[in-house]
Write a protein that binds this ligand. Structure first.
Ligand SMILES: *Cc1c(COP(=O)(O)O)cnc(C)c1O
Length: 397
């Protein structure tokens, strides 16, 4: 009889043949600007730890103190016995930071998208998504019984056309939900949320923005994309984000009206049926909000480093695509060249991974760098000169 698990090996082998399998690097120690990966000291240029808060002494101490006072785990899901004072405090502090009526914390950003999106739109409804939205949004949409369609990437005119078409649907849609990433992680471009919100508003649609790469980065003190555009926050109905990137910890969240939070916590199965954060995580997230509110230098250093590095690689002759944020792709073109580029960078002490087909188009391979507030001028000079060395070696510049 045929082994019922033989597909496991076959499908894995097929990925290996196409060089599409993940080969995991091992970070030996903390995610610091200069760190150890696979036995080599390197500059970290691809973490999401934008503000270097994962190493902030106050945040580490808050986590350690919470273990001493509250233990290692929460003991339950939030609706039963796992709703600690720390979780409640975090939501209060986050809502204050976001200038929202209320916030709800999920275990991860992925759990927020997968748990909430299918509840906001059901059969008889329509979800309209930017074509390049994150995979966790795509999975959230797949869990919904609503009709779904996409609009061209960051194209408000096309969104308007899609919404006009949707109005002709019979029977009329009950609800329409427009979803966009705030910052797109492959190119580092920013969604035109001001226009998206205006157009969606004119058509009576709900707006959901996933600001995973915008929080801690964009807007006043890192308050995110709504603050960046100065939009009335009530016109963006769901502002979703994560503690796993600029906040330096882990966890997802949504902010908006009190009605949104009451609805979300009663309906999101990922929230209701999965254990709550350990005390150390909740306390570290609170400390992280505190740091963002009291130490503005982290966000300003991040932007200074971004401008300096982007200018440096552009002067050498690299194309950094549509980057308008600390995500700075170095466009290479061919997938094989991008992989060689990344290996050579690693040899000379730079950790930056290639993004290749099918994550981007066949001729759109790149090294995706993500800037960090903790990198020094010397670190950045070293990084730029490494890109120059490898770029010349591979005859790209
Ligand atoms: C990283 C990311 C997520 C997932 O967040 P986690 O908290 O790490 O699960 C969701 N959406 C976008 C756009 C992201 O970049």
């Amino acid at each position: 009889m045929r082994d019922p698990t033989s597909f496991l090996r076959e499908e894995y082998d097929a990925l290996v043949t196409k060089e599409l399998d993940w080969r995991l690097s091992v970070l030996e120690g903390a995610s610091t600007p200069r760190c150890r990966v696979d036995g080599r000291e390197v500059l970290m240029l691809c973490s999401n730890n934008y503000l270097n808060l994962s190493n902030h002494p106050k945040i580490k101490e808050a986590a350690a103190a919470a273990i001493r006072s509250h233990g290692a785990g929460s003991g339950s899901v939030r609706p039963i016995a796992g709703n600690m004072d720390l979780h409640v405090e975090l939501e209060r502090r986050l809502a204050g930071f976001k200038e929202a009526e209320a916030s709800l914390v999920y275990q991860t950003g992925f759990a927020a998208n997968a748990g909430l999106i299918p509840q906001l739109a059901d059969s008889g409804d329509l979800i309209v998504s930017d074509e390049l939205n994150h995979g966790s949004i795509i999975d959230g949409v797949r869990l919904s019984k609503a009709d779904r369609t996409v609009y061209r990437h960051c194209d408000p005119l096309h969104l308007e056309e899609v919404l006009r078409q949707a109005e002709k649907h019979s029977p009329p849609y009950r609800r329409i939900l427009v979803i966009t990433d705030g910052v797109f992680s492959m190119d580092g471009d920013i969604a035109p949320l001001d226009q998206v919100a205006r157009i969606a508003g004119e058509h009576g649609a709900m707006i959901y923005v996933d600001d995973a790469h915008g929080e801690g980065v964009l807007g006043e003190g890192g308050r995110g994309i709504v603050s960046h555009f100065g939009i009335d926050r009530r016109s963006v109905h769901v502002e979703m984000g994560t503690f796993s990137k600029a906040f330096g910890v882990v966890g997802g969240h949504v902010s908006g009206s009190r009605d949104l939070v009451n609805f979300a916590l009663n309906k999101s199965r990922t929230w209701l049926l999965s254990g709550s954060h350990p005390p150390a995580v909740a306390a570290a997230c609170i400390a992280s909000v505190n740091v963002l509110e009291t130490e503005p230098q982290h966000v300003s250093n991040l932007w200074k480093n971004t401008e300096y590095f982007r200018k440096g690689v552009r002067e050498i002759g690299f194309d950094t695509g549509k980057s308008a944020t600390p995500i700075v792709p170095i466009m290479v073109g061919d997938s094989a060249v991008a992989k060689t580029f990344s290996r050579r960078l690693f040899d000379i002490g730079i950790f930056a991974l290639p993004i290749v087909f099918p994550m981007v188009s066949r001729d759109g391979a790149r090294i995706r760098t993500i800037m960090n507030a903790g990198l020094s001028r010397e670190n950045l000079d070293e990084a730029v000169s490494a890109f120059e060395i490898v770029g010349k070696e591979l005859r790209l510049v």
